[in-house]
Design a protein around this ligand. Sequence first.
Ligand code: SF4
Length: 294
Amino acid sequence: MERGQTVAVVGESGSGKSTLARVITGLLPPRSGEILFLTELLPPALAQRSKQQLRKVQMIYQLPDVALNPRQSVRDVIGRPLSFYLGLRGKERERRIIELLEQIELSEHYIDRLPDELSGGEKQRICIARALAAEPELIICDEVTSALDTIVAKAILDLLQRLQQELRLTYLFISHNLDTVASIADQVVVLYAGRVAEKGSKSAVFQPPFHPYTRLLLSSVPEMRQGWLEETLSTREAKAGIAREVKITERGCPFAERCPVAIPDICENNRPPLQTQASGHVLACQHTPEILLK
Ligand code: SF4
């Protein structure tokens, strides 16, 4: 990931998006591999990470209702990381809470409110302020707009983009919604069954040659509506008569059972080679980009 950029991770349920986020934040240990953050390796488990390592990677969740304790006021929610990570107390802490409220475009009058007294969009703003309070370098946004209506979701995306520019934040943006991804991402990673099917700049991933799975994702007009992806896939699968669930497999290409251009005997038995093009665009497929283009 490049500093100050947004990498979007896209794929349907079961593709491994949230698992990836949990591994990066230390909530799950990686089965293999390492997490390199700036120049240091992050210990796999949360408990082994230093306070500074924890501070630098923050997360914003899909459901602000669940992410906020109903008995904690805005002051408590935003104030806690200020005390824990930065040791702020008293007036200094209060001043910083108000500053953070301004950054998320809420007035200081919100400081004593409880989550029940906030709208869905305001709650998500408070979750953003809580993440910012730690002064992170990377924020993982896990489906942060999928529980919000279209207009509120757009306002949250605009806010995240403004904050990114002002604070040079890096986002790992997990989303089902290709419209959201198209509006916010610099780089896109398409995951399928825990493996990278395709990755590259937004313009490279969203124009031919497509990976066969990306092509399937893009085959519907994206809408800012939760569940459209699953609905599209279920319709197409029903037509094509192919298996619905994402199967995790060690052997071959995990997409082979559903792939309309699978090569018999080759795709189900051999891992697809990673084909890197000059632009840095990577496709994991047995077909060459020239063939996929056709
Ligand atoms: S490797 Fe084979 S099954 Fe997998 S996407 Fe490419 S053509 Fe389809």
